[in-house]
Ligand binder design. Structure first.
Ligand code: PLP
Length: 397
């Protein structure tokens, strides 16, 4: 019989994928389930980007490329950091991989020794802790609840750091909470890090362009240049340009770390797809107006969903600063009884009930390390969101 490696002991395929599969099953059985689970924009990749990919195919740009990014793409990424973040990086400080996901994986594989600790504020994108475990590290989860806007405090960070800490992983704006750190929120955390020179910072900025109400996105490296020598910025084109399927993410950090990440990539997947890299060059260098237009669309949906959720007894939702998720408390539903007599005991129960009885797929906070909450992705057409909110309200009544 097949014996699984022990490094997978506590790991399974993501709960989000499992819920998506169940929703698909129900749809095939004729039930009109609305899926608010997926973490991807519902709009199409802009035509200019598609054309760049088609041109690359026609030009024979279909061979192995430089291992961790073509010179053209690295140049476009350097220009992006100058334009958006006021940071100057050289190509040797840039890496390109098959999604931000692989950038994070490469960094953890390149840096962690068995037993090294990684501090992760919850709620977090589930993949973080799974990747730390695969790389032999120990995730140190720090609960950051709605009371503090799902943001970590300096006291919490200080208490979580030990001599074995290698990384702090931050994600602003956040999947799943939509919370974002202002410069003033970062400052005390950066002060703690300055006093703990053995801890590196991984800053996942993939939702950088999806912010609302005039929120000013800022990267910690721009606030505190002294952290630059031990910070990896993670970003990518998936969310900003609706390019989830193209698989291009990138990182910026010290050349020594980037070089070690290249070794991991070299001995596993090699370069990301040549055609996708050509498309990403166009995404980063081309017109940026669609990015702004989409953020405006998302804002209207966010406002609608937050208001609709807060109108439901038992649900409470703060207004997220960014990304395309709400992370609402369902504490007021715990202990309730469903029409067929089942007592709701957890956020997993809430989401199972909303799926089976309400025909709306959402994801329980437990999947992101913080209960009792549930996540809705509002990267969905307004008409569907309206129907979904009607159903959730009816199911909760
Ligand atoms: N980081 C966060 C917080 C995410 O939510 C995601 C995708 O869901 C990623 C990284 C990975 O994006 P990709 O691998 O598509 O670039």
């Amino acid at each position: 019989p097949f014996r699984r490696a022990s490094r997978l002991a506590n790991l399974g395929v993501s709960e989000i994928l499992r819920i998506g599969a169940r929703a698909g099953e129900m749809q095939r059985a004729g039930k009109p389930v609305i899926v608010l689970g997926a973490g991807e924009p519902d709009f199409d990749t802009p035509d200019t980007i598609k054309e760049a990919a088609i041109a690359a195919i026609r030009a024979g740009d279909t061979k192995y490329t430089a291992l961790d990014g073509t010179p053209a793409l690295k140049a476009a990424i350097c220009a992006k950091f100058r334009r958006d973040n006021g940071l100057d990086f050289t190509p040797a400080e840039i890496t390109v991989a098959a999604g931000a996901k692989q950038v994070i994986y490469n960094a953890l594989m390149a840096s962690l020794e068995p037993g090294d600790e990684v501090v992760i504020p919850t709620p977090f994108w589930t993949t973080y802790s799974a990747m730390v475990e695969i790389a032999g590290g120990i995730p140190v989860l720090v609960p950051c609840t709605g009371e503090n806007g799902f943001r970590m405090t300096a006291e919490q960070l200080q208490a979580a750091i030990s001599p074995k800490t290698r990384w702090l992983m931050l994600n602003s704006p956040s999947n799943p909470s939509g919370a974002a750190y202002r410069a003033a929120d970062y400052r005390p955390l950066l002060d703690v890090l300055l006093d703990a020179p053995h801890v590196w910072l991984m800053s996942d900025e993939i939702y950088e362009h999806i912010v609302y109400d005039g929120f000013t996105f800022v990267t910690p490296v721009a606030i505190e240049p002294r952290i630059r020598s031990r910070c990896l910025i993670v970003n990518g084109v998936s969310k900003a340009y609706a390019m989830t399927g193209w698989r291009i993410g990138y990182g910026a950090g010290p050349a020594s770390l980037i070089g070690a990440m290249a070794v991991v990539q070299s001995q596993s997947t090699s370069n990301p797809a040549s055609i996708s890299q050509a498309a990403a060059v166009e995404a980063l260098n081309g017109p940026q107006d669609e990015v702004v237009a989409r953020a405006a669309d998302f804002k209207a949906r966010r406002d609608f969903v937050v208001a609709a959720l807060n109108a439901i007894e038992g649900i409470e939702c703060r207004v997220p600063e960014g990304a395309f998720y709400t992370f609402a408390s369902c504490a007021g539903l715990i202990g309730a009884t469903t029409p067929d007599g089942k007592v709701i005991e957890s956020d997993r129960d809430v989401c199972a009930y909303l799926l089976e009885a309400g025909l709306v797929a959402t994801v329980p906070g437990a999947a992101f390390g913080l209960s009792p909450y549930f996540r809705i992705s509002y990267a969905t057409a307004m008409a569907e969101l309206e129907e979904a909110m009607r159903r959730i309200a009816a199911a909760c009544r």
